[in-house]
Structure formats: structure tokens, C-alpha cells
Design a protein around this ligand. Structure first.
Ligand SMILES: NC(=O)c1ccc[n+]([C@@H]2O[C@H](COP(=O)([O-])OP(=O)(O)OC[C@H]3O[C@@H](n4cnc5c(N)ncnc54)[C@H](OP(=O)(O)O)[C@@H]3O)[C@@H](O)[C@H]2O)c1
Length: 280
């Protein structure tokens, strides 16, 4: 598996499995099957309410702890809970995670970021990240961080390539992990003629071309799936390389089009909601 080197020297696989909206049983199955077929990065979150299931999937895969790069996220309800990191580790069944994010710039997010920094210093998080901290939020955080984060996780795909944000990321060598890399499964994105054409040329599906585009952009990509055939396809993207001309043609699709539009009212709702964590 290809890896990227983070600004603290840690390495991270370029392809992983996302588990947003996967019910515990599906998350457990997808994680187990993905790891068995060669994945080594899994992304979850407090808010997905499947961390225990992800932990079970990892155990069932037979992999050693250190062979899997585990990424998870603290939800805003946990930012002032001083035991939130320990509780997250307990749910996952591990004593450290490879990457710990704060999930949203909501509530007392600075307290959340301080928890990440503490977890990093204690070795409970090998790297730290911010999720959905675009624009004013990353600008405010960069005045206050003690430890520069290694990752940001944001919406990114060929229709929305985060051009503006990437200027800041380049300055601090912060890696971008793309969410909604396949437009959350958007068929019209996958039917774009350029992806169909390149799929025919390279013997790949349009989804595989899109995922390879992400890694060529330098992004870490975490497509979500509960379909074993898709999970397999999504890993099989590193044996071809789009040419510069092809990358330039894909760049013309950037319409600054987001699938998800977050409002201030939603951020308030995020801060007020606490996930009902799995009991077992
Ligand atoms: N930080 C955040 O706020 C945030 C927000 C959203 C997502 N995320 C993370 O990012 C990950 C990816 O986002 P996402 O899962 O929402 O969207 P996505 O990866 O863009 O798309 C997932 C959808 O695409 C389908 N799919 C997957 N592989 C495919 C393939 N090879 N061919 C055709 N269809 C395919 C899946 O269906 P099947 O199950 O049928 O394969 C699923 O419906 C999440 O799982 C989560 O870990 C983070």
C-alpha cells in the first residue's frame, strides 16, 4: 500500500475504508473484509455510533493492532468531557488511535482541540486532525494551536477540489483526507464522460478513476461501502496513473459544487446533540 508522510513523520495509507452511515453489523463486516483484502486504514467517528463494531471488525480480521491505521473523531458533545478520549479508545478496544479528529467546529471546539493535543502528548493519538474546519475556523485555530494538526478531513471530489483551503494546508504541510470522495455515491459524477473514457482506457470503473484522481491530487481517500465488490474495486486503483493532460481535463469539472451545505443553525444543533453510544 502506498503511504503519505505526515508533518510529524508518521505514515498513513493513501486509501482507507469510510464507515459513515454504516450500521454496526455492516461496519463490522466491511472493516473485517476490507482489512482481509489489504486495506490498512479505517475511518470512523463517535457520531457514527459504530466504533465498537469497527473494533470488532479489526479483531476479526486477524490483523495485529499496529498493522491498522485507525482514524476516529470526537463529537462536540465530548469536547468538554475530560474522559472522552479514554471512552473512545475503550469503545474501539485499543489503547491508542493513529488519528484523532475533532469532528465539527461546533460548541467549545477549542476545548476539543486541547484534548487532541493532550492525547497526542500522552501517546493516545499518534496524529491529530480537524474535520470540517474550513475558512474562518482554520484561520482562528491557527492562532491558537500548540501542535499543528497532521490532517484535515473535508468534502472533496472532482466537482469541489478545495482550491482555496489547500493554500493554507500547503503552508503547514497538513494533509487533506477527502470525504464524499465519490460524491456520496452520486451517479451523475460517476457518469461524467471523462471518467467513462478513462475507465475504458485503463480497464477501470469510473469510481476507480475518481479515487485514483484523489490520490494523484495528494489526498488520502476513504470511500464508504458495505458492498464487498466495491470495497475490493476501491483498493485496486494504484496500478495506473492518469497523465497530466488527463488530470487537467478532470480539473475542468471543478464547479465549486458541494453536496453538503452546513449552516450555522446546524452547528448549533451539532453542539446540542449527544450520540447514543453502543452499549456493547
Ligand atoms: N468528517 C465528516 O464530516 C464526514 C462526512 C461524511 C463522510 N465522512 C467520511 O468519509 C467517508 C466517505 O464518505 P461517504 O461514505 O459518505 O461517501 P462516498 O465514499 O463518496 O460514497 C459512498 C457511496 O458510494 C457507493 N460506492 C462505494 N464504492 C463504490 C464503487 N466502487 N462503485 C459505485 N458505488 C460505490 C457506496 O455504496 P455501496 O455501499 O453500495 O458500495 C455508498 O453509497 C465516510 O464513510 C466517512 O468515513 C466524513
Amino acid at each position: 500500500m502506498e503511504t503519505v508522510k505526515l508533518n510529524n513523520g508518521v505514515t498513513c495509507p493513501v486509501i482507507g475504508l469510510g464507515t459513515f452511515m454504516l450500521a454496526p453489523k455492516d461496519a463490522q463486516n466491511s472493516v473485517r473484509e476490507a482489512l482481509k483484502m489489504g486495506y490498512s486504514l479505517v475511518d470512523t467517528a463517535n457520531a457514527y455510533v459504530n466504533e465498537r463494531a469497527v473494533g470488532r471488525g479489526i479483531k476479526e480480521s486477524g490483523h495485529k493492532r499496529e498493522e491498522v491505521f485507525i482514524s476516529t473523531k470526537l463529537w462536540p458533545s465530548e469536547y468538554e468531557n475530560e474522559n472522552a478520549v479514554n471512552e473512545t479508545l475503550e469503545r474501539l478496544g485499543v489503547d491508542y488511535v493513529d488519528l484523532l479528529y475533532i469532528h465539527q467546529p461546533a460548541g467549545n471546539w477549542l476545548a476539543g482541540y486541547r484534548q487532541l493535543e493532550k492525547a497526542y502528548k500522552e501517546g493516545k493519538a499518534k496524529s491529530i486532525g480537524i474535520s470540517n474546519f474550513e475558512g474562518e475556523y482554520i484561520d482562528e485555530l491557527r492562532e491558537k494551536w500548540e501542535i499543528v494538526p497532521q490532517f484535515i478531513q473535508v468534502e472533496a471530489h472532482p466537482y469541489f477540489t478545495q482550491k482555496e483551503l489547500r493554500k493554507t494546508l500547503d503552508k503547514y504541510d497538513i494533509k487533506l483526507m477527502s470525504w464524499y470522495p465519490l460524491g456520496h455515491g452520486d451517479k451523475s459524477l460517476m457518469k461524467e464522460p471523462i471518467f467513462v473514457k478513462l475507465g475504458e482506457k485503463y480497464g477501470k470503473t469510473p469510481a476507480q478513476i475518481i479515487l485514483r484522481w484523489h490520490t494523484q491530487m495528494g489526498f488520502v481517500v476513504i470511500p464508504g461501502s458495505k458492498n464487498v465488490a466495491h470495497i475490493k474495486d476501491n483498493l485496486d486503483i494504484l496500478d495506473f496513473t492518469p497523465t497530466d493532460d488527463e488530470m487537467n481535463e478532470i480539473a475542468t469539472l471543478d464547479k465549486e459544487k458541494r453536496y453538503y451545505h452546513r449552516t450555522d443553525a446546524q452547528l448549533k444543533q451539532f453542539a446540542a446533540w449527544r450520540p447514543e453510544f453502543e452499549k456493547v
